[in-house]
Ligand binder design. Structure first.
Ligand SMILES: [Zn+2]
Length: 338
């Protein structure tokens, strides 16, 4: 198996010292290159943007007069799937429920609630079971959509307003059409074009296993932090042998649920409150050289007048600036997967 080369540019910046601007100090930083996509990330030193305490979420997360995802409304406020996709109407797995999405951002889209019984679930309450059941319900929906015809599928989540979520009740959503998304197409096409033998993702996992970025394995899900993250506190879960979301088994969903839940516990311990995750399917003709990737990042905290974590660097240069090295992040998550 060809070695995957992890390229890093070491830079030294000469800047005025914060406490004494008359003196100049040298500060190292590194720019890392993602070995598949060529995307670069800046790992900076000397700054910690992590919050010192958790914000009070009581007012924001109080149960409102009307919420379409709460248990007393979900049966009347949401629609049912077309029988051509599933005969389940609303897809239920454990506490999780997946229903048609009213937002038309893709030809087919679904929205899923981890648990209608609780209007708000804080990070520790997003348990392995709740997350795994939600992923299982989305996988069932994705299989139904692919029964219409194979297409690009992803399952994704915003959590609280800094991540882009408009509804507080914790949920996730899927997208399915013939186009896919920029990053999804790029991942799949570059995996197909990779010049090594076999699967890029198998090679990456083999190379990362046991190293500084390795977190652990559950079933066929390998968990590690990426060499060149695109977001803060980013963690990857790669499902070996699953080339599309339709290949996920109940065990895979349970394992991915445990992984995500473990990451959420870590975020809670870091006083973080908001996150995004995305799980990329392999497209209408999945390649054996691609494995399903689920990645999760933290987002800005829910303070009034919060500072966005997406600056011109991230938004207009597609360049993450990270203040916690992936190796340090892996060490924080590792105990959660023990
Ligand atoms: Zn609710």
């Amino acid at each position: 198996m060809a070695a995957i080369s992890l390229v890093q540019h070491d830079i030294v910046a000469r800047v005025p010292e914060l406490t004494d601007p008359t003196s100049t100090i040298e500060v190292p930083l590194t720019v890392r290159v993602d070995p598949l996509t060529g995307h670069t990330s800046r790992i900076i030193t000397g700054t910690r943007l992590a919050p010192e305490s958790r914000p009070d979420l009581t007012e924001l997360t109080a149960t409102p007069a009307f919420c379409p995802f709460c248990a007393d409304r979900i049966e009347t406020a949401t629609g049912r799937f077309d029988a051509a996709i599933t005969d389940e109407g609303r897809i239920r797995r454990g506490t999780a429920v997946v229903v048609p999405n009213v937002m038309a951002y893709s030809e087919f889209s679904a929205v899923g609630v981890y648990d209608p019984a609780s209007h708000f679930l804080d990070l520790p309450e997003l348990t392995a079971g709740r997350v795994g059941d939600l992923l299982g319900a989305f996988t069932a929906y994705t299989k139904g959509v692919h029964g219409v015809r194979p297409m690009w599928s992803s399952v994704n989540a915003n959590y609280l307003p800094p991540s882009g979520s408009s509804l507080i009740h914790p949920h996730a959503q899927s997208a399915h059409d013939d186009v896919g998304t920029t990053i999804q197409r790029d991942l799949v096409q570059r995996s197909q074009a990779w010049d090594g033998d076999g699967s890029y993702w198998d090679a990456l996992v083999a190379q990362e296993e046991g190293g500084d970025r390795w977190i652990g394995r559950r079933g066929r899900v390998s968990v590690f932090t990426p060499w060149a993250p695109v977001g803060f506190h980013e963690v990857w879960a790669v499902v070996g042998g699953a080339h599309d979301i339709t290949d996920l088994t109940d065990d895979d969903c349970a394992d991915l649920g445990a992984v995500l839940s473990g990451v959420f516990q870590t975020y809670y311990g870091l006083n973080l409150t908001s996150f995004n995750w995305a799980m990329y399917g392999g497209g209408p003709a999945p390649s054996e050289r691609y494995s399903v990737l689920l990645r999760v990042v933290s987002r800005s905290n829910i303070d009034p007048f919060y500072r966005s974590d997406v600056t011109y660097f991230e938004h207009l240069h597609a360049e993450a600036m990270i203040d916690l090295a992936p190796e340090d992040m892996a060490a924080l998550v590792r105990p959660q997967l023990g």
